[in-house]
Each structure stands twice: as structure tokens, then as C-alpha cells.
Design a protein around this ligand. Structure first.
Ligand code: HEM
Length: 724
């Protein structure tokens, strides 16, 4: 193994870094072959019949072929992760834009010519490994950089803050969130009594609750979410100067969400929605990309932030400390084997390289212990670093020995340091100039189990977050609180939550309380409860625009999925034009009808059906086209599934393009749209009414693509009145 590693490391130079891990893994890959042997290499002659005493007799114990096969099968499962069990991963590479040498000696951040191989795993926290992708939850965003100085893991989330301030509360948080122990329900959902019981008694979770009740917790795709290191870390440069740093990942596709109703429906229709999206994007060559951002805090200036930089329930507003974009992450290869790679990878926030260090954030400090501890039991012993996906690409050697499933065959008599028997001269590692050295800093105070007063502000940034949201985002947050709390059986828990929310914003709390059958929110009651702290800082900002899900008028719609509703009598010319234009913009158009096969066009030709309404409902698409053709529209109108498809897409605020008689279908379904086919409704409304002429001159495609680039049109009026 070491020989392979050394060989690979020596080829690790500018421009081919991303290939390095690929080459290393190659030593363990096996192609599919038409050969069947036992684990000892003995060729098997019959894989259909066990060894029996006569053709109708009992099976014999001596059938070692059968025994080996059944035994291996019975042992093929390993424990899933205690948290973040549901996940999907991919390989890729990272390239810095510029040298970060003024701040850090980290080798992979020194030279824009160096590509560092990475493996990234996205996940959700609460559900089991088989749970649905689109549940309301935080998403994990864990990146392993296989650098020339060892593996560096940035193990973050898609939300920049966390529920609790101290690691000692993490098991309590997770026990409250996971299915309730007496009944094992609910799966992958925070909508139950124990979670809200805990959260309502832990006001420090309020800021995080605002985020998890926002659209951030229902991402459209892993490719369209931000990532955050959450804790403050430290960059250390060659002179030993340290700066606090917060890490960000900014997706090139923008930050986009699903509608909550849609997310729940997808969980049933396609529980692998996010996994499939990531896989398909990479397979089709649409490699997802993020930019790595850093907020670097000038030495000694952390005291000016207005809050404690060590408190993981706080973020640093980008208006206070701008995010510098310092490099690009590209995911360009799906794993060959989900178990061997995605399941067996072991991340750890304590896997550092020289030039990056921890802070004293008490949540981070606890994490430093927890990951390798759990991995020893999840991955079956002390040698999980030897599993191919976990191996570093630079040379690795130490005198740790033995243990279950040890792979390396270390030669010689020396398993200790210092020694002279290794190669004849003294080998001693005792303060060498090279290698990782923790930052030397004074430790200030006596041992204590307390928390600093600076951690007692639990509401100010929750208020900042609320104030920064658009009206549509605020509506979604209110609906999410109402949804979750409506599932909480005990009224006193619901009451405690809204009493706490009154300290964020009274309007928010009152709107949430209004549908929950409880009293009006009472901030005084909250303040009187044990555990309530109220050392409120003053936000330096009224609002922070970067906390809104950025709605940038995107320039492209690559990989967006568009449904074209078709039935007999469809007018094909405009469909073809739209399909061509959308395909050249990178969108994926699929025809949908009530059965597979084909439909007859107005001109008597056949048009292929890709999907049925039943198997690929509107929630599986980003936008829809209702083409023209009078008999076609009549046929669609008679299909309940087609009508539901349109109503639902409208309700989920998706772009809709209706052509000719397609407009009449919309009008007949009760949408208050202009009926004059000369008018093309403005693209920002997200509904485009078109006639053939405008389709054929390309204007409609342009408008539709612009509407799709905005993703959703959340301000669409009266969606609650839509029955879908
Ligand atoms: C004291 C607090 C925490 C503890 C004790 C803890 C513990 C754990 C454990 C035991 C796992 C399973 C690891 C495995 O089996 O390989 C895990 C996974 C994970 N944790 Fe934490 N965690 C904590 C806080 C956090 C925070 C604040 C974040 C985000 C900044 C985070 C991000 C993740 C991610 C992304 C994974 C999944 C890694 C993967 O994809 O394999 N955790 N955590």
C-alpha cells in the first residue's frame, strides 16, 4: 500500500492534482468480470444449487461455498452514521485563485497552479440512511481535501450557525430530534414534541430555528446551496501571525429552494431526489461548482464584532466583514461504489494541515473528540484511515501498530521513536522545524464549567435574520413554524416556542401563534423561565442582504428540467422551437402525457412521450410548457392528472409558458391572466402567454429562459386558494 502511495505522491504536481486520488484509488478498483470464485480464489462450479444429501435431501454443513456466501451476506451491513446518516458524495478538485501566503501556510492555498483532489459528501442530519432527501433539515457539506501535507477536512453545514453553543448539549439535541424512543417516529422530521420541548427550553437555539424554518432547509439541489464552516477557525502564516477565519462555499448556480408542499410530495415520489440530481448533473458533464470564500478578521479586531466570535450561534454579517472568494471547487466524478467511497469516508474537523488551526469555540472543541471516536465503531476498529477513500495521497507513516484489519505490512524490528535500529542513525522527532505545530497562545483563565457572559445573547441575530428576509421568505418561515408546531401535541410546548419568538419579533410570534390554538405570545413568560438569558447586544446592522436567499437574475438554466404537456392533436412546430432553444440553453425538456408511447400531432405525425403524469408529476420539474392545439388542450382538460399538474406547478410558483390554446387552458382553470394573445405577460411574473408568431421569432424562449433563471416566482398572488 505504501509503495502505491509513494508512487502517486511523486507524480503530484501542478495541473494533475485532481487525478492523484483517482490514480491512488485505481489500485483498489476492480472491473466487472465473468468469474465466480470463493474469497480464497477457488473457482465455483455451481452458483444455483447447494450441496445436499441427495437431490431432495437436507443441505450439508460441509458446503463451504454456501456457508461463505450466506455468512458474508449476513455481515454486509455496518452501523450507519449516528447523525448525518443520509448522504451522497462525489469526487472533484479544488484550485485556489491566488496565493493566501500572507494569511496561511496551508500548501493547497499557496499556488493557483495546484489542483487538490477532493471528495465531498452532502447529507441531512436527522433521518436514517434510507430516509428521503427533501425533508426539512440542515444539510451537511463535508469536504475532504487530499493535500500534499495530509488530509484537510472542512466539515460544515448549509446553514452558518448551530443549535447549541457547547458540545455537551449535542447528544441532548440529537436525542430530541431523532425519532421518539418509545415509538421510533417520526422519521427525518423535527415536527414532534421532543424536539420542540428541547428547543423551547434552549433559547440559544432560536437563531438556528429561524434558519431551519426558512427555505434554506428545503434546498432545490445540493448544487444550489451554500456551505459554511460555522465555527471560527484560524489561519496562521509563516511568521506565526494568526487571523480568525470563517469559511463559506458559494454555489455558482445560486441558492434555490423547493416549496415546502413540493418537498413533501417529492419525498414520496422520488426519495432520492437530491442524490439523483447530483449524480445526473455529473454524469451529463454539468459539473457542480462552488467558490470558497473566507471572512478574515484582522488580528485583535474580533472584539469589535459586537458578539463573541467563539459563539457558534452567531454569524459574521458579510456587510461587516466581506467574503473574499479565494478558490473554486468542482465536482466532476461520481463514485464507483457507494459503500466503498461515500459510506466509508470518515471526515473529522480535527484533520488539519499546517497553516490552519482551531479556535476555542466550545462546540468545535467537543467535535474534535467525537468524530474519530464514532468512526472507530462505525468502521470497525482503529485502522479506518487505511480504507482507500480515507488514505492521504502524501506519504503516511508512524509507529501505530496492528489492530483489526491492518493493511500495511511494515517491515523491520522498529516500532518506536526515538530509535537507531531503523536505518542505523538516530531517528528522533522532537521539535522538528517541519510538520504541524499548533498555534502557541496563552491560556487565560482557571478551570471552569461556566460560559462567558458574551454567550448570553440568544436573540439579536435571530432578529437580524428575520428583518433581512423578503416578504415571501417571511411568509414561508411563518408557515414552517405553524406546520411544525401544529404537529406538537402538548400546547404548553407550542406556547413556550412562541413566547421565545416574541423576543425575535412580536409580529412573527403573533402570526405563528394565530393558528396554534394557544394564547398570544408572552415575552415576559419566556423571560421568567429557567435557562432564559437576555444580554442582548445591539446589532450593528438593521438588515443583512446576504441573508436573503440571493435572487440574482441568473444567466443560465443549465440542467433545469422542463415538462412539455402533450396529448393527441398537439401543434408541434412551436414545441420544437421551444425545445431547441431550451436545449441550447442547457435545460432538459421532457414530454409528459397520460401514458407512455406516442401521441399524434395535429399534422398526423407521432411525438414520443418521455414520462407519464403519474410517475413524473409537476414536482419533478422546474418549469412547464403548455403547447397549443385545440384538440390537444381539450384532451388535457379531460385528464385530471394534467389539470392537477398545471395547478400544482402554478401553486409552487414555477415558470409556465402557455402557447395559443394553452393560454385558454390556464384561463379555464381560473387563473386571472390576460387572454389577449398579443400580450406576453412580463417574464418576472413567471407566466408567459404566447402566440405562435412570438414563439417562432425566439422572443418567447428568451422570456421563458429569463423566468426560469429566476427559479421561482414566490410573490405569485393567491396561491393558497389553488386546490393542488
Ligand atoms: C459537538 C457537536 C457535534 C458533535 C459531537 C458531532 C458529531 C458527529 C458525529 C458523531 C458524526 C458522524 C460521523 C461519522 O460517523 O463519520 C457527525 C457527522 C457530521 N457532522 Fe457533526 N457533530 C457536531 C456538530 C456539528 C456541527 C456544528 C457541524 C457543522 C458545522 C457538523 C457537521 C457534520 C457533518 C457534515 C457530518 C457528516 C460527515 C459526513 O458526511 O460523513 N457537526 N457529527
Amino acid at each position: 500500500m505504501l509503495t502505491t502511495k509513494r508512487k502517486v505522491a511523486s507524480s503530484f504536481k501542478n495541473g494533475d492534482g485532481a487525478k492523484t486520488k483517482f490514480q491512488q484509488l485505481e489500485a483498489n478498483r476492480e472491473d466487472a468480470v465473468n468469474l465466480l470464485t470463493t474469497n480464497q480464489g477457488l473457482q465455483i462450479s455451481d452458483n444455483h444449487n447447494s450441496l445436499k444429501a441427495g437431490p431432495r435431501g437436507p443441505t450439508l454443513m460441509e458446503d463451504f461455498v454456501l456457508r461463505e456466501k450466506l455468512t458474508h451476506f449476513a455481515h454486509e451491513r455496518i452501523p450507519e452514521r449516528a447523525v448525518y446518516a443520509r448522504g451522497s458524495g462525489a469526487h472533484g478538485f479544488f484550485k485556489p485563485y491566488k496565493s493566501m501566503a500572507p494569511y496561511t501556510t496551508a500548501g493547497f492555498l499557496q499556488d493557483p497552479g495546484i489542483e487538490t483532489p477532493v471528495f465531498v459528501r452532502f447529507s441531512s442530519i436527522a433521518g436514517q440512511a434510507g430516509s428521503a432527501d427533501t425533508v426539512r433539515d440542515v444539510r451537511g457539506f463535508a469536504v475532504k481535501f487530499y493535500t500534499q501535507q495530509g488530509n484537510y477536512d472542512l466539515v460544515g453545514n448549509n446553514i452558518p450557525v448551530f443549535f447549541v453553543q457547547d458540545a455537551i448539549k449535542f447528544p441532548d439535541l440529537i436525542h430530541s430530534l431523532k425519532p421518539e424512543p418509545q415509538c421510533g417516529m417520526p422519521q427525518a422530521s423535527s415536527g414532534h414534541d421532543t424536539f420542540w420541548d428541547f428547543a423551547s427550553l434552549m433559547p440559544e437555539s432560536t437563531h438556528m430555528l429561524m434558519w431551519t424554518m426558512s427555505d434554506r432547509a428545503v434546498p432545490r439541489s445540493f448544487r444550489m446551496m451554500e456551505g459554511f464552516g460555522v465555527h471560527a477557525f484560524k489561519f496562521v502564516n509563516a511568521g506565526g501571525d494568526a487571523h480568525f477565519v470563517k469559511f463559506h462555499w458559494k454555489p455558482k448556480l445560486g441558492v434555490h429552494a423547493l416549496a415546502w408542499d413540493e418537498a413533501q410530495k417529492i419525498a414520496g415520489k422520488d426519495p432520492d431526489f437530491h442524490r439523483r440530481d447530483l449524480w445526473d448533473a455529473i454524469e451529463s458533464g454539468n459539473f457542480p461548482e462552488w467558490e470558497l470564500g473566507v471572512q478574515i478578521i484582522d488580528a485583535g479586531k474580533e472584539g469589535e464584532l459586537g458578539f463573541d466570535i467563539l459563539d457558534p450561534t452567531k454569524l459574521i454579517p458579510e456587510s461587516q466583514v466581506p467574503v473574499q472568494l479565494i478558490g473554486r471547487l468542482t465536482l466532476n466524478r461520481n463514485p464507483d461504489n457507494f459503500f466503498a467511497e461515500t459510506e466509508q469516508i470518515a471526515f473529522h474537523p480535527g484533520h488539519l494541515v499546517p497553516g490552519i488551526d482551531f479556535s476555542n469555540d466550545p462546540l468545535l472543541q467537543g467535535r474534535l473528540f467525537s468524530y474519530s471516536d464514532t468512526q472507530r465503531s462505525r468502521l470497525g476498529g482503529a485502522n479506518f484511515h487505511e480504507i482507500p477513500i480515507n488514505r492521504s495521497v502524501c506519504p503516511m507513516h508512524n509507529f501505530q501498530r496492528d489492530g483489526v484489519h491492518r493493511q500495511a505490512i511494515l517491515k523491520g524490528r522498529v516500532a518506536y521513536e526515538p530509535n537507531t535500529l531503523g536505518n542505523g542513525s538516530e531517528f528522533r522527532i522532537d521539535g522538528a522545524a517541519q510538520g504541524f505545530k499548533g498555534l502557541s497562545e496563552p491560556i487565560e483563565s482557571p478551570k471552569t464549567r461556566g460560559r462567558n457572559l458574551s454567550f448570553d445573547d440568544h436573540f439579536s441575530q435571530a432578529t437580524l435574520f428575520w428583518n433581512s428576509q423578503s416578504n415571501a421568505e417571511k411568509d414561508h418561515i411563518v408557515s414552517a413554524f405553524r406546520f411544525e408546531l401544529s404537529k406538537v401535541e402538548q400546547a404548553n410546548i407550542r406556547q413556550r416556542v412562541v413566547d421565545n419568538l416574541a423576543h425575535v419579533d412580536m409580529k412573527l410570534a403573533s402570526r405563528v401563534a394565530a393558528t396554534l390554538g394557544i394564547s398570544a405570545p408572552d415575552p415576559k413568560a419566556a423571560a421568567g423561565r429557567l435557562g432564559f438569558k437576555d444580554h442582548r447586544i445591539l446589532n450593528k446592522l438593521e438588515e443583512e442582504p446576504s441573508l436573503r436567499m440571493p435572487i440574482k437574475p441568473g444567466t443560465h438554466v443549465k440542467t433545469r428540467r422542463v415538462a412539455v404537456l402533450i396529448a393527441d392533436g398537439i401543434e408541434p412546430a412551436t414545441v420544437k422551437r421551444l425545445q431547441l432553444d431550451l436545449a441550447s440553453a442547457g435545460a432538459v425538456c421532457k414530454t409528459v402525457s397520460n401514458q407512455l408511447g406516442s401521441v399524434s400531432t395535429a399534422g398526423g405525425r407521432q411525438m414520443q412521450v418521455d414520462h407519464t403524469f403519474c410517475t413524473m408529476p409537476s414536482v419533478m420539474f422546474d418549469a412547464i410548457i403548455i403547447p397549443g392545439g385545440a384538440p390537444h388542450i381539450e384532451a388535457l382538460r379531460a385528464m385530471g392528472d394534467a389539470v392537477h399538474f398545471v395547478m400544482e406547478a402554478y401553486k409552487h410558483c414555477k415558470p409556465i409558458c402557455a402557447v395559443n390554446e394553452g393560454v385558454e387552458l390556464l384561463a379555464s382553470l381560473g387563473f386571472a391572466l390576460g387572454k389577449n394573445l398579443e400580450i406576453v405577460v412580463t417574464p418576472t411574473a413567471g407566466v408567459i402567454l404566447a402566440d405562435s408568431r412570438k414563439v417562432m421569432d425566439g422572443q418567447v424562449s428568451q422570456d421563458f429562459i429569463a423566468a426560469m433563471a429566476l427559479h421561482r416566482h414566490w410573490d405569485r398572488p393567491n396561491i393558497n386558494s389553488i386546490a393542488a
